[in-house]
Design a protein around this ligand. Sequence first.
Ligand code: FMN
Length: 208
Amino acid sequence: MRAHYRDEGLSEKDLAPDPFAQFALWFAQATASGLHEPNAMVCSTADEQGRPSSRTVLLKRYDERGFVFFTNYGSRKGREIEANPYASLLFPWHGIARQVIISGAVERTGRDETAAYFRTRPHGSQLGAWASEQSSRVASREDLDRLYAQLAERYPEGEDVPAPAQWGGYRVRPETVEFWQGRENRLHDRLRYRLAAGGNWEIERLCP
Ligand SMILES: Cc1cc2nc3c(=O)[nH]c(=O)nc-3n(C[C@H](O)[C@H](O)[C@H](O)COP(=O)(O)O)c2cc1C
């Protein structure tokens, strides 16, 4: 499959008119190729001084409004986004010689959207979201396990767990989306959608 995509390349005439449709096509192909966790993406943010930080998160939904992941708003990424509401999302689909990079402004999903998604999570993950004050220091593994055990006692399996106030979704509204296709001799294809004035998507080819 990797070889197939490399031979075929990516040309302007084959691109969908907007990056959401193009992403849907590539995401379906990444999933069909058997890649492990094709929805895992590297999310980069920067603090107020412009110092970057990165971590993997899971894409949970996407549509024409943007690309959504869920996390703790008090985590490092959460604090950086609140201070500097921009992010980059990178899908490292090495196994099929592809990469997608999205960048844009970030906003919180609505509380209803967060609550609806939280209800779909396994009970243990729901408790985990309460137990973990993500990115803050914890004295020991035992402290974390003790907190989890207390929560499991309070909310036994089958009991509704509310979404913590500090936990929720972020939606990245793309301003640029680059589709990278590996080719022979390092002459890769890079086609980038850019949101132009008026809301139209312009497509530009970048040197590899
Ligand atoms: C495959 C994978 C998927 C992950 N998905 C998420 C996720 O969806 N949300 C999340 O908050 N952390 C997720 N994590 C953990 C993050 O990478 C990170 O450790 C955590 O969010 C704290 O990041 P921060 O301190 O930079 O805010 C995932 C890690 C891996 C390896």
